[in-house]
Design a protein. Sequence first.
Length: 426
Amino acid sequence: MAYGGCLSYLTIIKDTLPILLGVERGDVGMERAILVVSTMAIILPISMQRDMADLAKTSKISVIFQCFMVLVVVIFSPVSETLEENGGLLAIASESVIETSTIFIGLGVLSFAFVCQHSAFIVAGSLEKPTKERWGMATSRALSLCLVLEAACGIAGYLAFLEKTQGDVLNNFLVLGGSITKAANLARGLLCTTMFFVYPVDSFVCRHVLVVLFFRGRRAHEGDDASVLNRRDRRIAMTLIIYFSSLIPALFVESVGSVLALTGTIAGSSLSYIGPGMIYLAVYGDEFLKKVEEVWGKFDGSTDTAPVETDVESSRLLTTRQPNETTTTESTATEQSFFKSVSWYLLLMPIWCEVAKMGKTKLKEFKEKEALKSPHINRLGKVARPSLQMVPANIPRVGSADGGLMPKFPTPKYGATAGGNKAIGA
């Protein structure tokens, strides 16, 4: 997902910056040269930073520029002219149909725009006070702003150009001329600047993935990339690998819409729709299996129809049921059994139950493994410091002639040694 973002940002720069510099459309060689020189001069130095918090100022600038860019698109889009030519908003809405051939492409683009889970842990760890309340406030405000900007730009762009709307809506303004083209070039400059500042964010995510994949250690796997990236040679090497692996394809990609659609359809959908559900089943596998057992009984979709043993002598004393009652009860049980069996496979319950079982087992193994590690305070959330045992103050200092008092020295409850913390349970 982050790699697709890097590729799409470079493609947008290649599509917008040459136009601002007066390069004619179709001059492929000059467009590629401008992309290489500009990104090496601006993006690479920013991407070489060690921590995500170093991008705070550039992130603020990119958000402000995006707001102004959307405002320019909304104000200068020829929406009123298009509505008059096509009979108004109601006529356009009545004639609009869902294009089955492109609906999944559109959903992929939307998924790409709203998926931010891949950088969530890194951004949360870069907060000054990483509490749940601050993180919830930051994410709610950010997603609300994204929703407003996305809806405003999408609605204005579609109502202005309808079926002719391009993947980069600013390209539609080139043929309008006059002040609209100047305004579009202004928005294009804001967009290009934003791409220069947004690329390093996804580059940091890619770099974090490389740290987790190729380096061992508890800190490296809990978002503390600084323990690995303090070495300048590692930081430079990984940043260059990510940069060139995204730059080379960007030199040959023509449409940013295809990149966004492909990235959003595969990576975005997995992160936003499939991944969270799978993680929930894995973490809360025990509770899920209990609920499934309450509804379906066994985990194979079958119902318990084994005959119940009864005492023959006692059964003779029971009142014989009427034939109609017996038939009704048996038919109801058969219908319920049929419904449960069908719904079991239609809802893909065998797959979800298998994921829950696997998650239950892996979570148990993970907890046992973590219990054997040395104490390590988590970087995220509210963390309570270990309580300290205070040495009694009124203890005579050893070897003191005046009977002085020993000062208070806090000592942790767990056995701290000069060589590090003792293992739990040691």
